[in-house]
Design a protein around this ligand. Sequence first.
Ligand SMILES: [Zn+2]
Length: 286
Amino acid sequence: MKRKVTMVVVVVVLYFIVLIASSKVFSLSKDASVNKELTFDEKLEMLGNINKKVRYFKNDFIDRYIAYKQKHPNLSNDSVVTEVNIGLDQEFYTNIKKSNNLNTTYVLVNKFNYLDEDFVPNKLETIDIKYSLGEKKLVNVARISFEFLAKKASENGYNIRAVSTYRSYDYQTTLYNNYVKNDGVNNADKYSARPGFSEHQTGLAVDVDNVSTDYMHFENTNEFQWMQDNAYKYGFILRYPKDKEYITGYTYEPWHYRYVGVEIASIIHKSNLTYEEYYIKYINKF
Ligand SMILES: [Zn+2]
């Protein structure tokens, strides 16, 4: 008799465990709006209590994390948090905000973070004409590092030349509008930034060529390989890598480099992170 009672208790307990588990699975597959009925702790549980493991987890974003996880069930929770923090659960150029950390070497400017029309970086300086096409300017530290990089390259038989560097808001407006006129908004957005959203306005970005080949074909030059192996030693990263368009918002640009300083550039070189991911994980953490 006692054994029978124990059996019944076990069955009832098992029944409730199955019920609770299936309701969790069910709630994951339902529309995000249903999550509003759940408590914060229940939502956290749906995400495997990732807040305890991921230091850049933001409580305010919990519904966005859950919705993103539902859309991308194979992504790790860490990637869900990183990508939502970047803003990738929204369309590019929506949910935009002003860039923080202006006039630092780690400022993030992309399709979610913009610079004001009147923002002009401090300490813009002209690059040695030996290493540029006409008069080109970068912010002091980036200018010094770029010249150092170009000098070292040249000593080893490689020509690295700056063909586009700091661009003002107005200049970017002219550029972008011309691209749109010729190619339409959708195409222009893949390779050109809208005014205020261009990294070139920071004075920390540089497009390069090897003097003899058009910069669009920089990837096919020995200089590109040299940059792959050495740019980070001078604080520069390849900003729009291959196959990362969904994060950076730009198609692969083998010619576009961004100064972030040697420490950050070395980490990015080793880890293969995009600058967006690095920024969320190590700079703009909460
Ligand atoms: Zn560029």
